[in-house]
Design a protein. Structure first.
Length: 261
């Protein structure tokens, strides 16, 4: 990420620097909603926040990085809000449906803002795209949540060869729900919640079927299709071929995720 990210330790009071960064981000989100993303300038954001333009650029290099800051904040709120779901549910469908519906809850206040900037995010060349290099941190964080969803589903056996593939495909399904949510005009976005429930049911059934060896090549083929044609996908999970080469070279498995640089 290119924005300054001075996250306080848990339990610590936010510093003045953290307060200023949060103020700029909150001000930007409000102006994006009121005026639209394209019509809001960094100068206007700085003026409304009561800081100098230089100070605004110190914390965020531009409007795109403000949105990246929003992505990170939304991801942090989502991680905190799903703790109970992941701690209490062991059924894959219930875990996934809970995680998806919690995301819809967290995102509700930002619905109009999402509509405003979606046309920019939909541009594959835009840094606001969920597949862009700039969005990699938020993307990997979201995929890791789906990895946790799978890992805690004690009743569902996930084949070893698909443990890195399935979380990314689950995240892609979530992106489809997010796209639908942007356009959803039903009361309380009720149709998006129904889509999340039905999507979780379908995903759980698909993962369950993946235990049959004959279907595993199909799952990987679908994944490879996405990685070949969607930018950013190949960097989101370890390359299976490289993982195998590392194992063959060292005689050991690939390092644990928390040991990777």
């Amino acid at each position: 990420m290119s924005s300054k990210n001075d996250s306080p330790e848990q339990g610590d009071a936010p510093s003045k620097s953290e307060q200023t960064r949060a103020l700029i981000l909150e001000t930007a989100m409000r102006l994006f909603q009121e005026r639209g993303y394209d019509k809001t300038t960094m100068r206007a954001i700085a003026q409304e926040a009561g800081v100098s333009v230089g100070n605004a650029y110190y914390y965020f290099e531009g409007k795109e990085h403000l949105v990246q800051g929003f992505y990170d904040r939304l991801a942090a709120e989502h991680r905190a809000a799903i703790r109970d779901v992941l701690a209490t549910e062991t059924d894959l469908e219930a875990r996934l449906a809970g995680v998806l519906k919690v995301w819809l809850d967290i995102a509700t206040p930002y619905h109009e803002f999402a509509v405003q900037f979606f046309k920019n995010a939909a541009d594959p060349a835009s840094p606001l795209s969920p597949f862009s290099a700039e969005s990699e941190h938020a993307r990997v964080e979201a995929i890791n949540i789906h990895r946790q969803v799978l890992a805690g589903a004690t009743k569902t056996k996930v084949p070893e060869e698909l443990r890195d593939v399935l979380p990314e495909m689950m995240w892609l399904s979530q992106m489809g729900i997010v796209l639908y949510w942007v356009y959803d005009r039903s009361e309380g976005r009720e149709r998006s919640y129904r889509l999340a429930e039905r999507g979780a049911r379908l995903t759980a059934r698909g993962v369950s079927l993946a235990r049959f060896r004959v279907l595993r090549p199909l799952v990987r083929e679908v994944h490879d299709l996405f990685t070949d044609f969607l930018p950013g996908m190949t960097n989101a999970i370890p390359d299976p071929a490289k993982k195998k080469a590392d194992k063959d070279a060292t005689g050991k498995g690939a390092p644990a995720e928390d040991e990777r640089p």
